[in-house]
Ligand binder design. Structure first.
Ligand code: MN
Length: 405
């Protein structure tokens, strides 16, 4: 079906228009692409063909220049793109610049600058607390309701959807073991998350206020924070996650601009503790997003985590990340933290879904506690869009392969 005739109600219709970077078979030339249905538009070529002033932002091998251009440019470019793919008089010029998705290679769409990962789901944090600290009085750490907990991860190992994930090796030591052993992780897990992409930098020493979130953050993607639970459990005290996480983080090839998610904005859960002023969002616009995530292992749906249940918003995370004066760079990426809803079928990790391996999942191809070599994990999602139409998020998928060690 020609791209202009994308069916009404397609989650990747002209109301969505996510950005990515693609190349064609046999070519090393990378181009900014915009997805429409099951096609991708060469956005730079379209800008040139139509004499658009945005050609210099779009005729690039990466999203970097567009990310750095700022909120006004983001909205202007999106408005222009919407016209290019919907106004009949553009059809003859633009239609030859589409390529079937099945024929292109998708690349990591921007150079990831700094990478931070948070821990913003109360359900997830409580489940983890119950699993690892069953005797604790409160399943949440004492700081959890006062600040969005996070850690700095490894930006250089953020990979695009479709990249194979080599099983990491490392040290592990069960509490009952006399000494640590080294070898391939036997508790390889996923974390279903949403990643936020920073476009506009901030100045060193100048915190970013809650209200300035949309001036800095361009859009979001799906993110899988692969986690070696056995490595993590032995190494994480006292400085937090390290090698149990840094071997790979997968992101979707498509970045959905915040402008496509206006109808998906919702209020976060009611706050149970008073917040310090820089985090107090009670007078701000709704900071949550109603994203419905699906987690599939080998094509079998195991969970449907609801992003609307996240306690800390992306705006609060950005404000907290910069409140000490740390500056932002174009291409900074921060993960929401594992998304887990209140019910058992809404948990965003195998750790929680199997209760640390106690309750294996029954898949058509056998039982699972943690991931086996050959397993393929796919996160997909949609959000409410205009007039009841869904806004699709690009999927993030990855296959576990044996490690090289
Ligand atoms: Mn995580």
């Amino acid at each position: 079906m020609p791209p202009f005739d994308v069916p009404e109600g397609d989650p990747f219709g002209p109301h969505t228009l996510p950005y990515g970077v693609f190349s064609l078979p046999g070519s090393s030339h990378r181009a900014v692409g915009v997805r429409l249905g099951d096609h991708v538009l060469d956005a730079g070529a379209a800008a040139h063909a139509l004499g658009s002033p945005y050609a210099s932002l779009l005729a690039q091998p990466t999203l970097g220049p567009l990310l750095a251009a700022g909120r006004t440019a983001w909205s202007d470019v999106r408005r222009a793109l919407t016209a290019w793919v919907t106004v009949p008089s553009h059809r003859e010029t633009v239609e030859p610049l589409f390529h079937p998705l099945s024929q292109v290679t998708l690349h990591l769409p921007f150079e990831v600058a700094d990478y931070v990962d948070f821990y913003a789901s109360e359900n997830h944090a409580r489940n983890v607390g119950r699993i690892f600290r069953p005797d604790a009085e409160d399943s949440l750490p004492p700081n959890w309701k006062h600040l969005p907990i996070g850690y700095h991860g490894r930006s250089g190992t953020v990979v695009v959807s479709g990249t194979d994930i080599a099983r990491p090796s490392g040290q592990r030591k069960a509490p009952t073991d006399a000494a640590p052993v080294f070898g391939p992780s036997v508790r390889l897990d996923i974390e279903a998350e949403v990643g936020f992409v920073v476009g506009v930098p901030s100045r060193l020493g100048a915190p970013v206020a809650l209200a300035d979130f949309r001036e800095h953050v361009f859009g979001l993607c799906l993110l899988n924070d692969w986690s070696a639970r056995d490595v993590q459990a032995w190494e994480y005290v006292p400085l937090g996650p390290f090698l149990g996480k840094s071997f790979a983080t997968s992101v979707s090839a498509w970045i959905t601009p915040l402008d496509a998610l206006e109808e998906a904005r919702v209020a976060p859960p009611a706050r149970t503790h008073a917040l310090l002023p820089y985090l107090d969002d009670s007078d701000e616009e709704p900071g949550g997003y109603d994203l419905r995530i699906t987690v599939a292992v080998n094509g079998h749906v195991v969970s449907e985590p609801p992003f609307s249940t996240m306690y800390w918003t992306a705006a609060q995370q950005l404000a907290h990340m910069t409140v000490n004066g740390a500056s932002l760079r174009t291409g900074d990426l921060y993960g929401s933290g594992t998304v887990s809803g209140p019910s058992e079928r809404e948990r965003g990790s195998l750790l929680e879904l199997t209760w640390n391996g106690r309750d294996p999942l029954e898949l058509p191809d056998g039982k699972r506690t943690f991931l086996e070599d050959g397993d393929v994990v796919t996160l997909s999602a949609w959000a409410p869009g205009p007039d009841g139409v869904r806004v699709g998020l690009g999927e993030v998928t990855g296959r576990v392969v044996p490690g090289g060690a």
